[in-house]
Design a protein around this ligand. Structure first.
Ligand SMILES: [Zn+2]
Length: 158
């Protein structure tokens, strides 16, 4: 497990709440993954991947100097020019929720419908009937989790 700056984290030292929040920094809450909507993808440049290198999707790969930085700089230019074909970066910067994910793109027209449909009540009902580990902790903090990790994107509907 990694902390909010992608440094290794000692999970033995964390409360259940801290553990849940540490997980949500890098992994979507079950039932709330934008990838599962079919609207969001993670992208990388296969031609820039060294032979045998396993993609990790970490900031070092996509930030300045990283192997995939040129792809993302080009994508930034396309998006800024209004030539992004409806895609945007929901996790373009640190909003104290999901960590910045430069590799993550979302197709706005379809994702907007999913964003509006995934209410906190639907999410609570889904989680309540699941056998999710740490479920009680998640449900105890669901309003904050929903605000911080589910709707807290570049489009921020709240
Ligand atoms: Zn992603």
């Amino acid at each position: 497990m990694l902390d909010s700056r992608a440094a290794p984290l000692d999970i033995e030292q964390l409360t259940e709440r801290e553990l849940v929040y540490a997980i949500l920094r890098w992994s979507a809450l079950p039932g709330a993954s934008r990838h599962h909507w079919g609207t969001d993808i993670d992208v990388y440049d296969e031609n820039a991947r060294p032979s045998g290198y396993e993609i990790e999707l970490t900031p070092e790969e996509v930030d300045a100097g990283g192997m995939f930085a040129p792809l993302h700089e080009w994508l930034d230019q396309r998006l800024a020019a209004g030539a992004g074909h409806g895609f945007f970066r929901p996790y373009d910067q640190d909003r104290q929720g999901v960590a910045p994910e430069r590799w993550h793109l979302s197709h706005t027209p379809v994702a907007a419908t999913c964003e509006e449909g995934l209410t906190i009540d639907i999410l609570r009902a889904s989680l309540s009937s699941s056998d999710l580990k740490l479920k009680g902790t998640v449900l105890d903090h669901l309003e904050d989790i929903y605000r911080r990790f589910v709707i807290n994107t570049n489009r921020n509907l709240s």
